[in-house]
Design a protein around this ligand. Sequence first.
Ligand SMILES: C[S@@+](CC[C@H](N)C(=O)[O-])C[C@H]1O[C@@H](n2cnc3c(N)ncnc32)[C@H](O)[C@@H]1O
Length: 257
Amino acid sequence: MPDVGDIASRLRASGSVFAEDEAALLVAEARTPDELESMIGQRVAGLPLEVIVGWAEFCGRRIVVEPGVFVPRRRTEVVVREAVAAGRTGAVVLDLCCGTGAVGAAIHAALGGVELYASDVEPAAVRCACRNLEPLGGLVFEGDLYETLPASLRGRVDLLVVNAPYVPSDAIALMPPEAREHEPHVTLDGGADGVDIQRRVAAGAAEWLAPGGHMLIETSVAQAPLTVDAFREGGLTPEVRRADDVDGTVVIGGHAR
Ligand SMILES: C[S@@+](CC[C@H](N)C(=O)[O-])C[C@H]1O[C@@H](n2cnc3c(N)ncnc32)[C@H](O)[C@@H]1O
């Protein structure tokens, strides 16, 4: 196997910030020198490290990541923390816009078992989420937001957890190439102000939430006021919560009384 230092130099030259760590991970994951060389080539070409090795760490767990699926981000751990604080073992959890299903999987682990449902519009995400969630007893649906969910879930969801795309369309061009070139726009694009999909989620939430249930939507500090408005328009009472350690922001709310 080539030297980790040499690999790190090649990665650094291609723009990698954490070149040493990445080189060590690729060496640990590659089964043959040919596979290692191929992995280095993919990384130099800008493919996200998590897609190359096939997994990401999220809330201390390994989550399967496949090509074309959004890589779970550390900041999204704030959604898990707040959901766990509001939840209980056996809660009905719906991970909407689930991507890999990382959020649902982490809540399931932290609460010691939940009734888990997830959905995403992208077939690649649905396939990946099935790999992560079916072993936990989760059911994954393909479709636009609530469209293909079983009607029997209406009024039963205790925790509706959502990391929908929220990048304003014009800001996608400013994202790092890793995201803008290797994650499909449908995973990023939240429309003109970034909140289009959140508004649609919030507009439909009340009929799926159980009495006393909570919806949690990840957002940014700048967009939080717009997310809050979306909750209110959907008949929910919102509160903004922030976790500085992961730079995460989430709006949480339930039925207005
Ligand atoms: C920012 S990614 C988040 C994925 C995952 N929740 C996470 O935190 O890692 C947004 C996800 O929403 C999905 N999505 C976008 N528009 C959607 C829609 N109209 N209905 C369902 N899912 C949608 C995308 O395919 C993508 O997987």
